[in-house]
Design a protein around this ligand. Structure first.
Ligand code: A3P
Length: 303
């Protein structure tokens, strides 16, 4: 086993220096791997998944492009699948950031593009399921720009919005091009609706109850009439709402752990749809909308 991992590490160490590269959003470097811009650590992660990951039929994979609502979707899915195990007033989400919850059944979370997963996870015979959430790229850019400036060391000047915008539009953002990430999961959700559920941040904001019911059905644990009567869906939506999670002590914490250069509070900013109006110029909006229209043309979905 160990030898196998070492071989993957070695392959990765040899491959990365040969890939096209670009400066990143904080002090990291991004490399273009199988069509997507990633830092070296997740490239290694993706190679480890390919070489060694053994999917289980019960695996649930929360998949997102960064800043599309990973934290929120993790909280929702965790609460849905574990709703019988916990009292909502004394719930693990009240003490742990959604990024830290233990999987049970395995609730995995990833930003890796769909096309990078091995066939044994994406073909129809494997039972693991993907719940994907994406978001209007204009809001993603704004969210990511704020987040990146929190991550940038104090010694370096902040990343300007113009610079961030150019990188994002060129596709040079973590796991980007953003639109290709969306397209991969969108196509998979159309071809294999039992395997991939495709959600948008905007829809979950607008119809949280309907979306939670949809996720539960997709995961094979629909709400019973009794649960509906007890307002379990409402409880989950309330517990996982921006207002509730962001105000908990655990998520106000600014302490950083060594393995993660961000604090729990960094995952909560505004939690709104359309904050881009406060940041982007009309030219930026036009350019971004054009790219989105062109990239997602004819697929039956837009933001
Ligand atoms: P903003 O920066 O626009 O506020 P991710 O979890 O994928 O990193 O995404 C972070 C974005 O989701 C941030 O967006 C954050 O505020 C928002 N967010 C975090 N928790 C949320 C929740 N419970 N409900 C709605 N939005 C949430």
């Amino acid at each position: 086993q160990d030898e196998g991992y070492q071989k993957t590490f070695k392959n990765c160490a040899e491959l990365v220096p040969t890939l096209p590269r670009s400066k990143g959003w904080w002090l990291d470097e991004l490399f273009q791997y199988q069509g997507f811009w990633m830092s070296s650590f997740p490239i290694r992660g993706s190679m480890l998944i390919n070489d060694h990951f053994k999917p289980r039929p019960t695996d649930i994979i929360v998949a997102t492009s960064p800043k599309c609502g990973t934290t929120w979707l993790r909280a929702l899915v965790f609460s849905i699948i574990n709703r019988a195990a916990f009292d909502f007033n004394d719930h693990p989400l009240r003490k742990l950031n959604p990024q830290e919850l233990l999987p049970s059944p395995r609730l995995l979370s990833t930003h890796i593009p769909y096309s990078l997963f091995p066939k044994r996870m994406t073909d129809d015979t494997s039972a693991c399921r993907f719940v994907y959430i994406c978001r209007d790229p204009k809001d993603v850019l704004v969210s990511k720009w704020h987040f990146s400036n929190k991550l940038r060391p104090k010694e370096v000047p902040p990343l300007s919005l113009e610079e961030a915008f150019d990188l994002f539009c060129k596709g040079v953002s973590h796991y980007g091009p953003f639109w290709d990430h969306v397209l991969g999961y969108w196509k998979a959700s159309v071809e294999s609706p039992k395997k991939v559920l495709f959600l948008t941040y905007e829809d979950v904001k607008k119809e949280p109850l309907g979306c939670v019911r949809k996720v539960a059905e997709f995961l094979g644990v629909p709400f019973s009439q009794e649960e509906e009567n007890r307002k379990t869906v409402e409880e989950i939506v309330k517990l996982c709402s921006f207002e509730s999670l962001s105000n908990l002590d655990v998520n106000q914490s600014v302490a950083k752990r060594s393995e993660r250069p961000v604090s729990n509070s960094d995952f909560f900013r505004k939690g709104e749809v359309g904050d881009w109006v406060n940041h982007l110029s009309p030219e930026m909006v036009e350019k971004m909308n054009q790219i989105t229209e062109q990239k997602l043309q004819g697929i039956g979905f837009n933001f």
